[in-house]
Design a protein. Structure first.
Lengths: 644, 355
């Protein structure tokens, strides 16, 4: 009895303590980061000992600056684009956060929260990769090629109405250098690459990068990202939890309101009616749907069926199986013109699908064996039979970088006889009773392929069967996604089948994949958790990479890039697999596209948001389907950017 | 001469009289016998080749390169195309191919054909092909063998551990029983599926396929013996307190004799009754694991894996899901029928003296 009373008393006390906080409208703002930010601005020094944050008068601007505004660039949308309607699409998982950075931030929804819409200082033309206005409407390059000046568009403002000013960029540098993000990459990049920033007035700012790489302006323009201090006032060591579900006020065209979040089910973005850039050149023809509804559909097969049922407006048909089986050209939906099929040839660096051969393994350390294994991989057969002949062979890991790619380098074709020659050189000349080569010691040419893509397993099964002809045995394993990567990172693989996604940049990166410091530590022990999956350890190559990374001369970089590409090719440590020279889309007929369809560097139909939705046509089509009326069939290829 | 105990003979007779179970049993046995000779029925290698005055038996023999049969390559001869070639050339060489000239791994890469292909008697794909052109029937057939061999290993392992543990607990009693019981309770609560997933993802790269299957089998056994042990403990406990055991004890029989001659034979009906259901459990969990991609390593023919592929292509290639689903259901049904019949046949009530 006594005990029970005590319990009641405790509950009452708890209620009493909790009431004030529950009763209030919102939790009182106890934090204010402003003082810390000011202190950071005043005290932060760069590697050369100078101030990172500087203040000057507008009169201090160099007099001879030539201002550019991108006006010579052509618009890339369509003048016919109509605003309005709802775009229905899907995400494979409900976001675990709306933050731009920090744990779990790298999720599917971030593309909508950040990548597609959020405007940074400078834009990039998706056809020419030349700068175009974004938050800045004018910019200028300093004589040193690493200082850049920006004039902020006076109209620019956040979705909460706050205008964008120089201070917002200062704050974002503070933000991205902060340990509160619980993310190592951004603080490192922002600390390492930005030497200083200078405020001339509320609308004029300059930035000095630490190096004068040929594309430094692009990096400066995209690293300068406006953030509102007002919004991040409570920024602090509990950032990850405190800001987990707060949508960052955006400079882009789409807002996410609390009502747009249906936990576990869908995320809905709404177009900002009076968006500040809605009538600006380059942006007036983009971002057309009024609403973007993203349903959570975890199973891709279900998503295909929902697309066929008209619940999704478009669906990527990049997988040959989708294009030929799920929605063949003779499907009634296509025949009757309800769904259109498009192939758009693009020009972008390709994901590097291929075998990363671990050269630190006993047999695979031998160049002749690697050469033989190269000729034992029948990717041609896989492309022809598994991928319906739609893909082409990837030739080197650095494909798609224009002049930085040496197009004369070709992947080694499948050739059982040639493979046998190389194996014989390495002492493997006799076939066992199972047809696999062995050497005098009785060692067999047997390797394990560790695969990180379950859907591509069938391709590897073909590789395995074909390799038997060349006298090589491949064992296959497909561990769960993260454990495959763990294996690669710990170098426990023989052959890794994976790909690195390459971003659209001017020139390829070599250091991450091929520099020996990413394979071995100084004491000779293995360096784990880097991208050097081949354990490439070539001092001459290292020297070239170091020179390349320091070089500020485009011609020299190009020459080095070609040399390095050949060197990697000669090492036979990377077996290129396949690439697709296009992206493919199935879209209901109420989804419209510009005449040229998309921009040169588009990797998917969403990247540039050129399409528009016609709601009247949606209704008309749905009625036509009931009555059986058909429309002209549309299966179209856009070959403007096709490369032989 | 092996002589049946009259009671056992009666039980067998009763089993035979339960028609559904008996026929299921015969059918299963027939399939098991057929699958032992799978290489002669379903194979890409010829049964017999006569070429250049030599006779070859590639089915069970080793590897013969294309060059041995006058082809221009050093890898294994493709007998099917070779047969077509010889026939077309009216060559004196000839061969005998198995009725289904495909094995479970070979990809049928005819020009201009994209897989999966529907059933097609001309190319002897009687149940069609899968995504990468492997014969569905061949994979079902070899998959059956894998399932049966796996079940055999599983039953032997589970029964061995279960009988050993259950018998020890039941016979020794006292503290051994008390602590043994608690241990098995704790052990049986470890989620077996997670353990398999963890173990499979931790295996190093250089483990060969046969070892992988062995390890999978071992893990499944290690986490599945507790059920049998519990029953065995009860039965042993019961038998242990019977007068005949006490009599044997008084006569000075050693423990081993008492266990193996007196107690164990009397638990046989329990063991036999559970046997088919253990087999069912093995097939079901193996295929469930395969379906989730934690089971047999690819490209081992497996029904669970085929079911997975079939579900994802259900609208475009329904023959894959139909074949694998039918195979799983049919075999589980057959085993269940046998199990039912065995249970009825061994039901003590039928022969009780207290009728």
């Amino acid at each position: 009895m006594n005990m029970k009373r005590k319990l009641h008393a405790t509950i009452a006390l708890c209620a009493l303590v909790m009431l004030p906080s529950c009763g209030g409208k919102k939790e009182a703002v106890t934090k204010d980061i402003t003082a810390e930010v000011k202190k950071f601005y005043a005290e932060t020094k760069n590697a050369k000992g100078g101030q990172v944050f500087n203040y000057k008068a507008i009169g201090d601007l160099p007099a001879d600056l030539k201002w550019e505004d991108g006006s010579e660039q052509a618009e890339f949308g369509s003048p016919d684009a109509k605003k309005g309607g709802t775009f229905h699409y899907f995400i494979t998982d409900y976001p675990r956060t709306l933050r731009h950075v920090g744990p779990d931030a790298n999720n599917h929804t971030r593309e909508y929260v950040l990548d597609y819409f959020y405007m940074t200082m400078l834009g990039r033309h998706p056809d020419t990769l030349e700068p175009i206005p974004a938050v800045a409407n004018q910019w200028s390059r300093g004589a040193d090629n690493r200082t850049f000046y920006f004039r902020i568009d006076p109209d620019a403002k956040f979705s909460d109405g706050e205008p964008v000013r120089t201070d917002n960029f200062f704050f974002s540098i503070f933000f991205y250098r902060s340990d509160y993000l619980k993310d190592a990459w951004y603080p490192d990049q922002y600390g390492k690459r930005i030497e200083s920033v200078t405020k001339y007035d509320d609308l004029t700012l300059s930035i000095t990068m630490t190096d004068a790489k040929p594309d430094a302006l692009y990096h400066a323009g995209s690293m300068l990202m406006p953030y509102s201090l007002k919004f991040f006032k409570e920024f602090g060591d509990d950032f990850v939890e405190r800001y987990n579900w707060r949508f960052v006020p955006t400079t882009g065209a789409y807002d996410l309101k609390d009502s747009g979040l249906k936990k576990g089910q869908s995320v809905t973005f709404t177009r900002i009616k009076d968006w500040w850039a809605k009538d600006k050149k380059f942006y007036r023809q983009l971002f057309n749907p009024d609403r973007i509804v993203l349903d959570v559909i975890r199973d891709p097969e279900k998503a295909v069926e929902m697309f066929r049922a008209g619940e999704l407006d478009g669906f990527p048909l990049n997988l040959p199986e989708r294009w030929h089986r799920n929605l063949p050209d003779n499907d009634p939906l296509v025949e009757k013109g309800y769904i259109h099929k498009y192939t758009f040839y693009n020009q972008v660096p390709r994901p590097t699908y291929g075998f990363y051969v671990n050269t630190s393994r006993p047999l695979l350390g031998n160049l002749d064996i690697r050469e033989g294994v190269q000729h034992a991989c029948n990717w041609e057969q896989v492309i022809k039979q598994v991928f319906y002949g739609d893909y082409t062979r990837l030739n080197i890991a650095e494909e798609g970088f224009g002049e930085f790619t040496d197009a004369s380098l070709k992947a080694r074709p499948f050739d059982a006889a040639k493979a046998a020659e190389f194996f014989a050189k390495a002492g493997f000349s006799e076939r066992g009773s199972d047809g696999i080569f062995k050497n005098a010691k009785g060692e067999r040419l047997s390797f394990t392929i560790t695969n990180s893509y379950k859907p591509l397993e069938s391709a590897l099964v073909v590789i395995k069967e074909e390799a038997k002809k060349a006298g090589v045995e491949f064992n296959l394993e497909t561990p769960e996604g993260t454990s495959a990567w763990k294996k690669y990172n710990e170098r426990k693989h023989d052959v890794a089948f994976t790909a690195f996604n390459v971003s659209v940049e001017m020139y390829p990166r070599f250091w991450e994949d091929w520099h020996s410091s990413n394979a071995y530590k100084k004491d000779g022990s293995i360096q784990t958790d880097t991208n050097n999956f081949t354990m490439m350890n070539d001092k001459e190559l290292d020297g070239w990479i170091d020179r390349y990374d320091k070089s500020e001369d485009k011609a020299e970089m190009k020459e080095l890039a070609w040399k390095m590409e050949r060197r990697v090719h000669d090492s036979a440590a990377f077996i290129p697999a396949f690439e697709s020279p296009w992206y493919r889309l199935g879209a209901w007929r109420w989804m419209h596209h510009p005449e040229h369809f998309d921009a040169r560097t588009a990797r998917n139909f969403e990247e540039n948001w050129l399409f528009w939705i016609d709601e009247e046509e949606r209704t008309a089509t749905q009625e036509a389907m009931k009555s059986g009326k058909s429309f002209p069939k549309v299966v179209k290829e856009y070959e403007r950017w096709k490369q032989n | 001469m092996f002589k049946l105990n009259p009671i056992t003979a009666k039980k067998l007779k009763r089993f035979r009289s339960l028609k559904r179970g008996w026929w299921s049993f015969l059918l299963l046995m027939l399939l098991c016998v057929l699958t032992m000779f799978a290489e002669m029925l379903v194979n890409k290698r010829a049964l017999f080749v006569s070429h250049g005055g030599h006779w070859y038996f590639p089915t069970y023999g080793g590897f013969h390169s294309g060059r041995e049969f006058g082809l221009d390559y050093d890898y294994e001869a493709d007998y099917r195309t070779l047969q077509v070639k010889w026939r077309a050339e009216n060559s004196p060489s000839w061969m005998l191919m198995p009725p289904i000239p495909w094995d479970a791994y070979q990809n049928d890469f005819r020009d201009g054909v994209q897989h999966p292909q529907p059933p097609d008697a001309e190319h002897r794909h009687f149940l069609g092909t899968d995504k990468i052109g492997r014969d569905v029937l061949a994979r079902i057939f070899y998959g059956f063998r894998v399932n049966m061999l796996f079940s055999l290993g599983y039953v032997v392992g589970v029964y061995f551990l279960g009988i050993a543990a259950g018998c020890t607990m039941g016979y020794a009693g006292g503290r051994t029983d008390l602590y043994g019981q608690r241990l098995t309770e704790i052990w049986s609560l470890i989620p077996f599926l997670y353990m398999v997933m963890i173990a499979v993802s931790l295996l190093p790269a250089n483990v060969t396929i046969i070892w992988r299957i062995g390890i999978l089998l071992a893990i499944m056994i290690v986490f599945s013996w507790t059920g049998i042990a519990a029953y065995l403990r009860t039965v042993t406990f019961k038998e242990r307190s019977r007068d005949y055991v006490a009599a044997a004890d008084l006569l000075g029989a050693p423990t081993s004799r008492m266990i193996f001659r007196h107690v164990l034979p009397n638990t046989l009906s329990t063991l036999v009754t559970f046997l088919p259901f253990t087999v069912m459990g093995s097939i079901a969990s193996l295929n469930a694991l395969d379906y989730l991609a934690f089971g047999l390593p690819p490209p081992t023919p497996s029904w669970g894996d085929m079911l997975h592929e079939g579900v994802s292509t259900a609208t475009t290639a329904p023959w894959i899901v139909t074949a694998s689903f039918t195979a799983i259901t049919l075999v589980l049904l057959l085993v269940a029928f046998v199990g039912e019949a065995v249970r009825d046949a061994f039901d003590p009530k039928k022969f009780t003296t207290y009728r």
